[in-house]
Design a protein around this ligand. Structure first.
Ligand SMILES: [Zn+2]
Length: 431
């Protein structure tokens, strides 16, 4: 009776529920992963060490104080190549690779690039709590993806297990785990008069709790000690009172707060950073200075990192976009990449909406896509293009997929009576 009455009491029910939720969220005192999970994870690591650039000088690390988390800002294939073999520098030279110990793909698959006992050239110009050359003191983990897009759940799981294992090996606590954006610093430039944070934006979207980690430092020790100038946006992200969590779709869009520097860091003026203005014009970072001026980049300009060449930049301009090395579904479609209305045309001839694709890492190069479309509507004798698309059948935005795998806009077709049977039509969702 007594219990029944209690149970009818809303307050009581709420308190019990809150208590149960609390129990399930208690930080576990023991390891978060079982021995079997750890064992299976370690066995699943893909050994990529043989791909390391032979010119990379392997030097044993004397001390391990940190684990540095990065986002690669590249596709899986390019990430693996760059961290193993090296990357081009602005002065025309190349690095010798060895830029990470581990790479974690979007599907959680983890690659070993370099044995953990060696120094990986992962942090560049860096400082933490007075330590400099963080590469010499750290393990580097590269997450495939962009700092302005969410890290996948599977990546968080793998990162969580990997970090837990490494913490045990090197006796590191959660605060030893930092992002590259926390530890990198830059020399004075047009944005800062003194040495400063913000050279890298790497992994500023890394949600520690999702990897089973406790909070980071409550402040930046080098800024507090006056060794470095703070970067306003990064200090809000990592140490702010009200942690800002920018929406991925606006995180790479210029606004008064979100400057080119805040988005691209030291790569703001690089040839591989592309600015797409609201009027549709596109410029690479090096062109902005000469042709526009940094203080005249308009709000709502979209910034994309790591374009491999201007050629690819041009391909991105039209309605039909093409995935290629360095240009991912995310960089083309933004947050719509996995929507039902983003339609992918695979080289095999398969057509899939974004909502039906699971393995984003394995989307082949030359896959084409259109964003904001519905269909397919199959053309046949009784169902002409006009019946399907109405007056818009000749419109540039009406897309035809021919049995020959050719994709054409309505305005590119001269004779509609010659369209083969089996042609599919796709219509924009907003007509
Ligand atoms: Zn990094």
């Amino acid at each position: 009776m007594m219990f029944r009455r209690l149970w009818d009491n809303k307050q009581f029910v709420i308190s019990v529920s809150i208590f149960i939720i609390f129990l399930f969220n208690l930080p576990s005192l023991s390891a978060a992963f079982t021995q079997t999970e750890r064992y299976n994870f370690q066995r699943s690591i893909v050994d990529f060490r043989s791909r390391l650039n032979p010119s990379y000088m392997k030097v044993q690390r004397k001390k391990t104080k940190y684990i540095i988390v990065h986002t690669s800002e590249l596709s899986l294939k390019t990430t693996l190549r760059v961290v193993s073999k090296g990357k081009h520098l602005r002065n025309g030279r190349r690095t010798n690779g060895g830029h990470a110990h581990y790479v974690i793909a979007r599907n959680g698959r983890t690659y070993r690039i370099l044995d953990k006992k060696y120094v990986a050239d992962n942090a560049g110009r860096s400082m933490w709590n007075g330590d400099t050359h963080i590469s010499k003191l750290s393990i580097g983990i590269e997450l495939v993806g962009h700092h302005y897009a969410p890290i996948s759940e599977k990546q968080y799981r793998s990162a969580g297990i990997l970090i837990e294992i490494l913490q045990d090996v090197y006796d590191l606590y959660d605060r030893s785990v930092l992002t590259h954006s926390q530890v990198a610093y830059g020399l004075p430039n047009r944005w800062f008069k003194e040495v400063h944070r913000g050279r890298k934006r790497c992994a500023k979207n890394f949600v520690r709790t999702k990897a089973g980690l406790g909070p980071t430092w409550p402040y930046d020790p080098d800024v507090r000690a006056g060794r470095l100038m703070a970067d306003v946006q990064l200090s809000e992200v990592f140490y702010g009172q009200h942690k800002i969590d920018p929406q991925p779709d606006e995180a790479n869009v210029i606004s008064r707060r979100n400057t080119a520097w805040a988005i691209a860091g030291e790569d703001y003026d690089s040839t591989t950073t592309v600015y797409k203005f609201p009027n549709g014009r596109q410029y690479t970072g090096d062109q902005v200075a000469d042709e526009v001026g940094w203080n005249r980049v308009p709000a709502k300009t979209v910034v994309r990192l790591n374009y491999e060449s201007r050629f690819e930049l041009l391909k991105d301009n039209g309605i039909i976009k093409t995935i290629s090395n360095g240009i991912t579904a995310w960089s083309l479609a933004g947050k719509s990449y996995d929507h039902e209305t983003t339609i992918y045309f695979l080289p095999s001839g398969k057509i899939k909406p974004g909502s039906m694709i699971n393995d984003w890492d394995d989307l082949p190069a030359k896959t084409r896509l259109i964003i904001g479309y519905q269909g397919p509507y199959k053309l046949n004798k009784d169902r002409t293009a006009f019946r399907i698309a109405g007056l818009k059948y000749k419109d540039q935005k009406t897309i035809y997929y021919l049995p020959s795998k050719k994709l054409l806009s309505g305005n590119q077709i001269r004779d509609f009576s010659q369209l083969p049977i089996g042609t599919f039509i796709f219509l924009p969702t907003t007509l």
